[in-house]
Write a new protein. Structure first.
Length: 220
């Protein structure tokens, strides 16, 4: 199991979390870099330094980009990715608020194709639910669950088509996990066909303000 890490707290606000993340970089599938719900309008020196430290430690950096469920222009998405790459040295991108519908497949396929041609890799898509199966054909990693532990336990359903793809193509992001149950959340993700996960203990409005205990804990 590896871990996708959306750490949405400023490095100056919680430098200890970023230090611990750097020390555990070898266990992360990727670290989502998100200075301002995207790259922002100017480079943030604290994120530049954090990104350099993570890159030196071997972490794969993913720039956060909001796609507004398919309504955001492709040119704006490309510009956000360009800024992430130039300012923070990201390797890939984390496309958030991705549509799950069949109607949007062609649009997202074109976006992903354009990003790959510009050298962006990997491309992670986050619809937060199981989308139309065609998305799995062009995403490097597909987040098929994002939500609270209570829902993950009681209402998760895995469509049959996911069994035709390797677990390394799927990720589950679960928040509100009691700390003692984080190892169970990791095992549950594996049992449900996801080889990448991100169980955190935080709650809305920003459950991703601290690291998953699984990343820096003892279970290896």
């Amino acid at each position: 199991m590896s871990f996708l890490v959306p750490l949405y707290v400023h490095p100056a606000e919680d430098p200890e979390a970023w230090r611990r993340l750097t020390e555990a970089a070898d266990r992360a599938y990727g670290v989502v870099v998100n200075p301002a719900d995207g790259p922002g309008t100017a480079p943030d020196p604290a994120f530049t330094a954090a990104g350099e430290a993570l890159g030196t430690a071997g972490a794969r950096l993913l720039g956060y980009v909001d796609t507004a469920y398919g309504s955001r222009p492709s040119s704006e998405i490309a510009e956000d990715v360009r800024r992430h790459r130039e300012w923070y040295g990201v390797h890939g991108c984390f496309l958030d608020r991705v549509s799950a519908t069949r109607d949007a497949v062609r649009r997202y396929r074109a976006i992903v194709g354009s990003l790959r041609r510009s050298g962006v890799s990997p491309v992670v898509l986050n619809p937060g639910v199981h989308p139309a199966r065609a998305y799995a054909r062009f995403a490097d990693l597909l987040v098929t669950f994002e939500g609270p532990w209570s829902t993950y336990v009681a209402a998760f359903s895995r469509p049959d088509w996911t069994r035709h793809h390797p677990p390394g193509r799927f990720c589950h992001l679960v928040y509100g996990v009691p700390e003692a149950l984080v190892p169970l959340a990791v095992r549950t993700a594996g049992e449900r066909g996801a080889a990448v996960c991100g169980p955190v203990c935080g709650e809305p409005p920003n459950p991703w303000s601290d690291l998953t205990p699984a990343l820096t804990g003892a279970e290896r």
